[in-house]
Ligand binder design. Structure first.
Ligand code: PGA
Length: 248
């Protein structure tokens, strides 16, 4: 039995005060839950939000991590710095990083490895664009994104990692994958991992992301291979995000 995981991704939104208020409302409203809850907040607010959430069950995550350990990389934030700040999870390879900032499968693999070296759980984001889906290339794209990391980090690394399947066409568009579409790819991903290690595949948390909302979360989370969600827009509203957390 895998524990469910719900992650909020605030992206580049909100002020320090708005972030603190949102975190406070989440901490107060969460109650007793069995699933893990994480909020991925802008780097500059990580310490603030960590403090607000200190006595809650909610952990803080980063939205990215450098692909190098340390050194002359102006503007980057290393995994060691994140660990030092109390960060438990880091997204790697979010589609917005891949498409706007040039993250490649190779640099994503390096970010994944750097995070794990500091005991930060990498959340590997993968998923196809609309064009790729329409060309029937969904599984091929997912394979390429996944294999780059498996080849670099080794399959054992996935014992301490999370995968987020986020079809790019569903992110921020209001167009969610149907429960069946999402389950189909989640199952495929788990089988691909199982091809290397059944034990790791059985334990691996695979999250769905892409326009998850309070009203579609239940159906998605009920699928056998969907272990939770990576929630963007809907994580900026405390009430809606709490509803999603309670949909598990
Ligand atoms: P969305 O974003 O929920 O706003 O579609 C998801 C994500 O990018 O992680």
């Amino acid at each position: 039995m895998r524990q469910s995981l719900i992650m909020g991704n605030w992206k580049m939104n909100g002020s320090r005060e708005e972030g603190r208020q949102l975190a406070k409302a989440l901490a107060e409203g969460l109650g007793d839950v069995v699933q893990q809850v994480v909020v991925c907040v802008p780097f500059i607010y990580l310490a603030d939000i960590r403090d607000v959430l200190a006595s809650s069950l909610i952990a803080v995550g980063a939205q990215n991590v450098a692909d190098q350990a340390a050194g002359a990389y102006t503007g980057e934030i290393s995994a060691a710095m994140l660990a030092d700040t109390g960060v438990k999870y880091a997204l790697v390879g979010h589609s917005e990083r891949r498409s706007y900032y040039g993250d490649t499968n190779q640099s994503v693999a390096n970010r994944f490895i750097q995070a794990q070296k500091q005991n930060i759980v990498p959340v590997l984001c993968i998923g196809e664009t609309l064009e790729e889906r329409e060309q029937g290339r969904t599984f091929q794209v997912v394979d390429e994104q996944l294999d780059a990391v498996i080849d670099a980090a080794g399959i054992e690394a996935f014992a301490h990692a999370v995968i987020a399947y986020e079809p790019v066409w569903a992110i921020g568009t209001g167009k969610t994958a149907t429960d069946e579409q999402a389950q189909e790819v989640h199952h495929y991903i788990r089988q691909r991992i199982a091809g290397r290690s059944q034990a790791i595949a059985d334990k691996l948390q695979i999250l769905y992301g892409g326009s998850v909302k309070a009203d579609n979360a239940k159906g998605l989370f009920a699928q056998p291979d969907i272990d939770g969600g990576l929630v963007g827009g809907a994580s900026l509203d405390a009430k809606g995000f709490l509803q999603i957390c309670h949909s598990v």
